[in-house]
Ligand binder design. Structure first.
Ligand code: NMX
Ligand code: MLT
Length: 391
């Protein structure tokens, strides 16, 4: 019998890796996407710029089944999603009892937890697909109840497709529905997944490793996404752009330097993995150049894109001074009528339920020959503690 070959060494772990948020430490494998420092995210091998214009439904299919659907698969997947898109009425009842001053991400977490409390099955994939199918109505409910427009909300029409059904139920007064749909479709595809180790995805998978359930795991993931260093950077970035209020390069540079001096992050720049400009930022800039080149916020982010990398490059500790996905998304959402920046992270969350859901399904049902990844339990080393005893 030939002995098993020694496992390949990946990295040498040293004390320098401690308390770095696991930066660069390999912890598992991912079947849905990978991120390279120079090329950004690839879904199942496809660079994101080749997928940006696809239907979100086809990209959800890709993340789950690891190939792009042929026309028959695409059509039956849409029918399958439409058949799953029934949100139980108790979700709206619970949301109606929520305090309006809470952040919309609180509402998304509560909405998902409530959906799961009655809807969950014993099957990880069923729950992931049911959740994807229900997201448009949950999102529309969050907007309409908070805005006191629940009465008169149009009935869900899942056959329209995920984004068009949301736009139909939201029925945003005065909005150009074509532009809103276009921006949201691209937004969803760009934000669905970003490798295995981003904080929200990692959190969701960690929770699922206790054999909790898809909904509880996703709620944890959404709460991780809520922080301004992660998903809420899109809200913070537009708030920042509104505070700048000018596209004059010198004024923008002065503003950025003052933020740095006040020890505040420059939102929409930097990344834990990327080392060039995020291709998702470039895709949204190209879309903005088409739909809103003269929008005042768009002109400001155009200037930020030029000025900030130079300024951040002066700070040696910053690994990547370039724009990330959050530089441009808020500006586009605002332009198409979604003017309240507090909602932007819920769109990020909506998109990511697809990738996180697919990754949880893989970890629970495919990895380790179907046994699933065991309970997450990394090691922590004691600091400033000697063994001691009560006298
Ligand atoms: N503005 C100010 N300081 C920064 C920035 C930035 N944009 N980027 C990095 N730094 C600091 C960082 O805080 C850290 O400081 P310290 O050592 O004192 O803790 C130092 O530079 C080294 O950080 P990096 O190794 O370059 O990046 P890290 O992997 O730690 O953090 C981010 C990545 C994304 C958290 C960081 O770049 C950041 O805070 N960016 C602004 C917030 C943002 O746009 N987040 C969205 C990220 C994408 N997403 O959607 O999740
Ligand atoms: C992103 O989309 O950029 C992330 O989720 C952040 C990351 O990959 O760490």
């Amino acid at each position: 019998m030939t002995p098993n070959p020694a496992p390949k060494s990946l990295i040498e772990i040293t004390e320098a890796h401690l308390n770095t948020g696991l930066r660069g430490v390999p912890v598992g494998t991912c079947r849905t996407s990978f991120v390279t420092p120079e090329g950004g995210v690839h879904y199942v091998g496809y660079p994101i710029d080749e997928l940006a214009e696809l239907d979100p439904e086809d990209v959800v299919f890709l993340l789950h089944y690891k190939h792009l659907p042929n026309p028959d698969e695409a059509s039956s997947f849409r029918k399958d999603l439409a058949a799953r898109a029934t949100l139980p009425p108790h979700v709206a009842n619970v949301l109606q009892a929520m305090p309006k001053e809470g952040h919309p991400m609180d509402w998304l977490a509560v909405g998902l937890q409530t959906l799961g409390s009655a809807n969950k099955t014993e099957d990880w994939r069923e729950d992931a697909l049911n959740m994807t199918a229900c997201m448009p109505e949950l999102m529309a409910l969050i907007f309409r109840i908070r805005e006191e427009r629940f009465e008169g909300m149009p009935e869900s029409r899942p056959k329209l497709g995920l984004v068009a059904n949301f736009v139909h139920m939201l029925d945003l007064p005065g909005a150009d529905k074509w532009a809103l749909t276009k921006v949201l479709r691209v937004f969803l595809v760009l934000h669905m997944d970003h490798g295995g180790g981003n904080l929200s995805t990692f959190t969701g998978k960690a929770i699922a490793s206790s054999h909790s359930d898809m909904y509880a795991s996703m709620v944890g993931a959404m709460n991780a996404l809520f922080g301004p260093l992660h998903g809420r950077a899109n809200q913070s970035c537009l708030d920042f752009v509104r505070r700048i209020g000018t596209d004059d390069s010198d004024a923008v540079e002065k503003f950025v330097r003052a933020e740095l001096a006040a020890k505040r992050p420059i939102f929409g720049f930097g990344h834990a993995v990327l080392r060039t400009e995020d291709p998702r930022a470039a895709i949204q800039f190209a879309l903005g150049e088409k739909i809103c080149p003269n929008d005042s916020n768009f002109k400001i982010i155009r200037t930020l894109r030029e000025v900030v990398p130079r300024v951040l490059s002066e700070i040696p500790k910053i690994s990547n001074p370039n724009a990330n996905v959050d530089i441009s998304s808020g500006t586009l959402l605002n332009y198409v009528g979604l003017v309240d920046s507090e909602y932007y992270t819920t769109f990020f969350g909506w998109a990511r339920t697809a990738g996180i859901g697919a990754q949880i399904v893989d970890e629970r049902t495919i990895m380790r020959a179907g046994r699933g990844v065991p309970l997450y339990r990394p090691k922590y080393i004691a600091e400033e503690q000697q063994e001691q005893h009560i006298e």
